[in-house]
Write a protein that binds this ligand. Structure first.
Ligand code: GDP
Length: 369
């Protein structure tokens, strides 16, 4: 199943505009069997120029890029954690996503009302962060309470859990996000992250800021975006500038007109393409490819995945009966001109079950049925 990112942000910052543009563009680029699941859930393809290179050397019936699920999570306002707005309803959605896209308003437009009457990205980020931290605090406090009681009777698991949750509670009490909490070592942090994930804690999730910029600031050079960039850097996160209004217009155009409009603006691709790739990277994902006359397809694996796991993404039988993977690189395909020429040159490698997949591998799996 595709991984899922949730779009959050204050009302009227452009979440739905960006969500709609993303899903409309995705629907154009690929016909997924599970296109729109619910009105606020969409499937977005991850644009990858390497697929076009493969297509130069392999005629095929269809091209299927990698995909992400995107959820538009409305309803976060000041006081949401205590039931304002849609209150707890949005929280259950956001607890389930793998990563968060935080849309921040960085455009001035007197026609579009801001809930706080002025444009101030950092204040907005703080408002959302505080609500999310309060929601996590509630979860952590109730679990910690129970574990501390169990810990008194010497329950080892409860003691370990309480040792992770007590600092988390303190951190959240200061309205800080759990992703910035350091347990003093990679192993300890990894252990804590597992617990946070099981509890569905929101502020532990990875985050990518989306600066909704004005039409005259497509590259995000205004001071409004600078402050978001600084904030993101402090959190070891990143910012993608996107002009929601322009992306909405682009997504409604037929491809030829869209390309013409992009060219007239001096852009190589819609900003949504880099947004989707940014989300993919944020999730620690990479692609490998399969190619043949029926389809050229990108498959998603975690960075560090072994060959059998990668095979399992196509089908669980591929993983169970894995024999070996035959792999070549796109660079060799370009160099030798065809798959058979790559083979003749001895550049198709046979890799076993301990092979760690590299980004962009072109693969055939051999397996026992
Ligand atoms: P949401 O409440 O965060 O989902 O916000 P919407 O996507 O509904 O957008 C709120 C309003 O802002 C709508 O009237 C949009 O047309 C407008 N809007 C969204 N993005 C932009 C933008 O980049 N520039 C301008 N000027 N208006 C925008």
């Amino acid at each position: 199943m595709a991984l899922e990112v949730g779009i959050v942000g204050l009302p009227n910052v452009g979440k739905s505009t960006i969500f709609n543009a993303l899903t409309a563009a995705g629907a154009l680029a690929a016909n997924y069997p599970f296109a729109t699941i619910e009105p606020n859930v969409g499937v977005v393809s991850v644009p990858d120029a390497r697929m076009e290179i493969l297509h130069k050397f392999q005629k095929t019936e269809k091209m299927i890029p990698a995909a992400l699920r995107v959820v538009d999570i409305a309803g976060i306002v000041k006081g949401a954690a205590t039931g304002e707005g849609l209150g707890n309803k949005f929280l259950s959605h956001i607890r389930e996503v793998d990563a968060v896209l935080h849309v921040v308003r960085c455009f001035e437009d007197s026609d579009i009302q801001h809930v706080e009457q002025s444009v101030d990205p950092i204040r907005d980020i703080d408002t959302i962060d505080t609500e999310l931290a309060l929601a996590d605090l509630e979860t952590v406090s109730s679990v910690l309470d129970k574990q501390q009681r169990l810990a008194k009777s010497g329950n080892k698991e409860a003691i370990a859990l309480a040792e992770i949750l007590a600092p988390a509670q303190k951190h959240l009490n200061e309205a800080k996000a759990l992703r910035s909490l350091d347990y003093g070592g990679e192993a300890a942090n990894e252990e804590a992250r597992k617990v946070f994930k099981t509890l569905g804690l929101i502020t532990a999730k990875k985050i990518l800021y989306v600066a909704n910029v004005a039409e005259n600031d497509l590259e995000g050079k205004s001071p409004l975006v600078d402050v978001v960039r600084k904030r993101a850097a402090d959190e070891k996160s990143a910012v993608v500038p996107v002009c929601g209004k322009l992306e909405a217009e682009l997504s409604e155009l037929p491809e030829a007109d869209r390309n013409e409009m992009l060219a007239s603006l001096g852009l190589a691709e819609p900003a949504l393409a880099s947004l989707t790739r940014g989300a993919y990277k944020l999730l620690g994902l990479q692609s490998y490819f399969t190619m043949g006359p029926k389809e050229i397809r990108a498959w998603t694996v975690h960075v560090g995945a072994f060959a059998p796991q990668a095979a399992g993404v196509i089908h669980t039988d591929f993983e169970k009966g894995f024999i070996r993977a035959e792999i070549f690189t796109i660079a060799d395909l370009e160099k030798f001109g065809s798959e058979s020429a790559v083979k003749q040159a001895g550049k198709v490698r046979a890799e076993g079950k301990n092979y760690v997949m590299a980004d962009g591998d072109v693969v055939h799996f051999l397996f026992n049925r």
